[in-house]
Design a protein around this ligand. Structure first.
Ligand SMILES: *Cc1c(COP(=O)(O)O)cnc(C)c1O
Length: 390
């Protein structure tokens, strides 16, 4: 019996090493990785510059505590603020922590306006994490069941439904913020309409609410822009990041701007590990390589190629409901639960994922090549056709 707590339905495979988007398991079998550790391994595996930067930093200093200044953290904050058009950054170690920071900040903002019981509008099918506050914000009963009482102060509305949010504004005077994924990842790769995003920004301005964008999965170049909200040209007040930010080293970040900036003072929030030398060096190097190798343009191009390739290869296949996504965040929705495709893909040497029961999800590294894209399309089309019996 394993002493590891039974919190995951794990596939029966262990990987020993990787190179780019190819990983090798303990038996020597090689796989094409179209998942990148769920949007984490931005530069693929064993990227020479990331490895060297991490090793060099480990040889100098891993961690010193936020009791002291951390120059790499300051540099990373400057860089993220410039890329996202934001003012300040709080560093933590994961996506749920970044969202916890955002939720605390929104409540703090409310209390400063004498709203004693601040509420945050959240979306159906949202995923924001597994801590008590973030699972309460999550729009999936399975995530919440058995953990009641949930954290209060969340009001749920359907995704892409501005009138529903305006209706909440009519009767609920406690609302202080709206929290939204620009592309819902776990919820099934659903994209926020451009008009919805712009309307939401305008409504938040009108009401004095904070617009919080959870970009933990869709941020850091994945969708063909640095951040998902940049497709609509909107400016959030709070942005949360994690997953791909440091190319595989645990990190999270909560970015603030305008009315959300300058709220927290010493003592209001903190993290022991958050933004340490190792994690922030890894993030700086990841960003440097993404910029230098123009991986955002590449993610856009290769993502398009994959979507178009799949659309062509699966044309007329009746069980395929939709092929959607932006950049290298791609979902293929089928008309039936399809978790079994993951095991079949694994057997055939391909790493993919299924989310929301019926959506095959692809989240490859940003340096996934055109050839790898073509190979993915060819292999996946066969798997999906076989599965559907088409
Ligand atoms: C993965 C994810 C989270 C949670 O991140 P953890 O690092 O697992 O805590 C939060 N929000 C979104 C959109 C995510 O995809």
């Amino acid at each position: 019996m394993s002493h590891v707590m039974n919190t995951y339905a794990r596939l029966p495979v262990a990987f020993s090493h990787g190179d780019g988007s190819w990983v090798t398991d303990s038996e020597g079998k090689i796989y094409l990785d179209a998942l990148a550790g769920i949007a984490v391994s931005t530069l693929g595996h064993n990227h020479p510059e990331l490895v060297a930067a991490i090793a060099a930093q480990a040889g100098r200093l891993l961690h010193s505590s936020n009791i002291y200044r951390i120059p790499q953290q300051e540099q990373l904050a400057d860089k993220l603020a410039a890329l996202a058009g934001m003012d300040e950054v709080f560093f933590c170690n994961s996506g749920c922590e970044a969202n916890e920071a955002a939720i605390k900040l929104a409540r703090f903002y409310g209390h400063q306006q004498s709203i004693d019981s601040p509420a945050i509008i959240v979306m159906e099918k949202a995923f924001h994490g597994r801590t008590m506050a973030t699972l309460s914000a999550t729009g999936n009963r399975k995530t919440q069941a058995g953990f009641e009482p949930l954290v209060s102060g969340f009001v749920r509305v359907p995704y892409n439904d501005l009138p529903a949010i305006a209706a909440v504004a009519e009767h609920n005077k406690n609302v202080v913020a709206v929290m939204v994924e620009i592309i819902q990842g776990e919820g099934g790769v659903h994209i926020a309409d451009i008009e919805f995003q712009r309307g939401l920004r305008a409504l938040c301005d009108e009401k004095g609410w904070l617009l919080i964008c959870d970009e933990v999965q869709c941020g850091m170049g994945r969708t063909g822009t640095w951040f998902g909200f940049q497709h609509a040209g909107i400016h959030p007040d709070v942005v949360t990041l994690a997953k791909g930010l440091a190319g595989g080293v645990p990190i999270g970040a909560c970015l603030t701007a305008r009315k959300a900036a300058g709220l927290f003072k010493p003592g209001n929030h903190g993290s022991t590990f958050g933004g340490n030398q190792l994690a922030t060096t890894a993030a700086l190097t990841t960003i440097e390589v993404v910029e230098r190798d123009q991986l955002i343009a590449s993610a856009d191009r290769v993502g398009r190629l994959i979507r178009e390739g799949l659309a062509k290869a699966l044309a007329g296949v009746s069980g395929v409901v939709d092929i959607r996504g932006q950049g290298l965040m791609i979902g293929i929705e089928l008309d039936r639960p399809c978790g079994e495709i993951v095991t079949r893909a694994l057997d055939s040497g391909l790493l993919i994922n299924v989310t929301a029961d019926k959506v095959v999800r692809l989240l490859p590294a940003l340096n996934f090549s055109v050839e790898e894209g073509q190979e993915l399309v060819a292999r996946l089309a066969v798997l999906i056709r076989d599965f559907l019996g088409a």
